[in-house]
Structures are given as C-alpha cells and as structure tokens.
Design a protein around this ligand. Sequence first.
Ligand code: ZN
Length: 143
Amino acid sequence: MSLIASEILPFVTPETQPFWDSVEAERPSIPRCQACQSFYFPPSPVCPKCGSRHIEWAALSGEATLYSFMIAEHPWPEWGSDGPMSVAHVELKEGPRLISTVVDCPQTPAALRIDMPLQATFRLFGDRKMLCFRPTEREGTRS
Ligand SMILES: [Zn+2]
C-alpha cells in the first residue's frame, strides 16, 4: 500500500491552525498557559497541567535536545529524499516534547545521540512546511 502526503499530513484544526501558521512563518509558537506559565503541546484550549482556559501563543526559542529517535528506512519522497529519515522525539527547551526529524546530519544511529543539542529549522514535506531540527554548531565541533 502506498500513501500520499495528503493522507499522512496532520489535519489542521482551529486549535492547531496558529501552530501551522507560525511554522509557515518560521517563527514557531506553541500554547503557554497564562495561569501556570506552562508551555504545552499539542495545542488545546485547556491547559493540561492546571485546567485554565487562559492560553496564549508564545514563540519558541528553537533550542531543543534529542529525547529519542528511530531511523525510518522506508523512503518518503515528500521529504525530497529517497534515503532513510530519522523520526525524532524532541524535547523543547520550553519543556514539551514533539515528534519531528533531525536533518543536516547523516540519518544513522552513529550520527544521532540521545540528549544531543538541536536547533529548530524548517523543511517542506510535500507542500507543507514542517518544524524540523538540526544539530547545533557546538554539536558539530565536538570531537
Ligand atoms: Zn496551566
């Protein structure tokens, strides 16, 4: 069975539209509770920590670390590559974790390291801009 990009892209809802808009603008934002100051993801109208409905959208620093990952060997031409791609569980500096991919490095277990510092970047998946991550400069200079 073959999937096409439109079948696997996240469905945009009124709750997630601000996230996708911020990614399209390359200034990613996620919800932050005004009552307890927690960032959280995925978006919802209610803070999952304290139940407040006083939510704002706050820009991310772009800093993150690699929490976990796997390598998907199945090619996804929508990424503009026919090689393997990492599927990364990324922990944002602000706290929440999300699923993304690490780019600009070999897509091998040897090149990816748990807790490695990452920086937000953007790639197209089909025609949708996606929040991705790349190793930070200091990671590249580490021997
Ligand atoms: Zn809260």
